[in-house]
Design a protein around this ligand. Structure first.
Ligand SMILES: [Zn+2]
Length: 407
């Protein structure tokens, strides 16, 4: 922090001036009159704003306005989705202003904060301090090797309420320190609950732990990723979770998995048979698999996670159809068709294998827009878990049993 701050001062990006204006104590944001909604913080309409008049340190955002605009123009994927980029362009049209980065230490009303280096009467404004954690957490400035390994970040994933800080203030701060910008800033929307804003004061809070206890972690993860659009707001409903669970996990995927596994067990003693020459149906299934993968990758590059899963589900549905059309239960009764039965069972098993690896492959293959480095470490853990899971014996328990409506 110290180094970063001094660097700014040497370049004249930080200066001292009198600040007067409104301050929201809830989100620690300074507001100009024009930014207020009915005289209140846009995000905290019930919180009384404080009128602040004091000498603070300022960051000269206006000095970086043109450079920032040029960077965004030449890096069209820097801010995503495009609707959030429009919000940022709106800030530019309104005109950027320098912003305060410190607060006065007032003995009558003490506030906690990191002291400004060389000026004990001031503490750093919480956002300026917080943003620099992106650097210090990965070794800046003392551990150059670690820092070079992790920075620039592939992507910052942020909520839509902190766009101004991450898409304007933070890139300008990095420019002032001659440090590379993160490769992408992906902005997600809010989740509402049964159509209403989730808030502690309303009391409509939902506990993910309780949901996991009731539905299982896979089902909750699936519903959140599938239903709640990343790029816009999404509405969480219990009925929606139960419906997706029954229709997509129990009926589509659960049936497929169950049918394939039980037929391989019944007809081939639990060993996946070798596949013979593919007929038209197998080629169609292969094509569906390729399409599902491409569609999923393209959607994921745009952060449309729900669409990505939808694309993968195209293969789930096609594989179910494939079983209906190839009728392995009929083939099993005809001694002339045993080689054909092998091909059908092996192809269905291969579709299932792909369905298991696709979500993971995407993270590894999606390229620089997808956070590759940290998840690779987590994948190491996942492999460990897989090894553990592969040792478990078959319990005959059906995955994703249907739920009775409890909405
Ligand atoms: Zn606020």
């Amino acid at each position: 922090m110290d180094t970063h701050n001094r660097g700014d001062q040497e370049r004249g990006a930080v200066y001292k001036a009198i600040y007067s204006g409104w301050y929201c104590p809830n989100c620690n944001t300074f507001y100009h009159e024009g930014d207020l909604v009915d005289g209140k913080c846009p995000d905290h309409p019930r919180v009384a704003l404080e009128w602040v008049e004091e000498e603070n340190y300022f960051f000269a955002l206006t000095r970086y306005s043109e450079r920032l605009l040029a960077y965004i123009a030449t890096h069209p994927n820097f801010i995503t989705p495009p609707s959030r980029l429009s919000d940022v362009m709106g800030f530019f049209r309104q005109g950027l202003r320098d912003f305060a980065i410190s607060r006065c230490v007032n003995p009558a009303r003490p506030i906690w904060g990191v002291p400004v280096p060389g000026d004990p009467d001031q503490v750093l404004y919480v956002w300026f301090d917080a943003l620099t954690n992106y650097l210090t957490a990965v070794g800046f400035p003392d551990n150059g090797t670690q820092f070079a390994h992790y920075w620039p970040a592939d992507v910052h994933v942020i909520g839509k309420d902190i766009v101004r800080f991450h898409c304007l203030f933070w890139p300008a701060m990095l420019m002032s320190a001659d440090l590379p910008l993160p490769r992408q800033i992906a902005v997600h929307g809010f989740t509402t609950l049964e159509g209403r804003k989730i808030s502690k004061s309303t009391g409509n809070v939902i506990s993910p732990i309780e949901l996991i206890d009731e539905f299982g972690v896979d089902a909750v993860r699936y519903y959140l990723l599938r239903s709640l659009a990343f790029t816009s707001d999404g509405d969480f409903t219990r009925a929606g979770l139960i419906q997706r669970y029954n229709d997509e996990l129990a009926k589509d995927l659960g049936n497929l998995l169950n049918r394939v596994v039980s037929m391989i067990k019944r007809y081939r003693q639990g060993v996946i048979p070798p596949t013979g020459a593919p007929a038209a149906l197998e080629l169609e299934l292969q094509l569906a698999a390729t399409e599902a993968r491409h569609g999923a990758e393209q959607a994921l590059a745009r952060w449309e996670i729900g669409r990505s899963i939808e694309s993968i589900w195209g293969l789930v549905r096609r594989a179910n159809q494939y079983l209906e059309q190839s009728e392995p239960w009929r083939l099993a009764r005809d001694p002339e068709q045993l080689a054909r039965l092998d091909t059908v069972l092996a192809s269905a098993a291969e579709a299932l294998r792909l369905l298991a690896v696709y979500p993971r492959r995407q993270r590894e293959d999606a390229g620089p827009t997808w956070p590759a480095r940290l998840p690779t470490r987590r994948l190491g853990q996942a492999r460990h878990l897989e090894r553990r899971a592969s040792g478990c014996s078959w319990r005959g328990q059906r995955p994703f049993p249907s739920l009775r409506g409890r909405a």
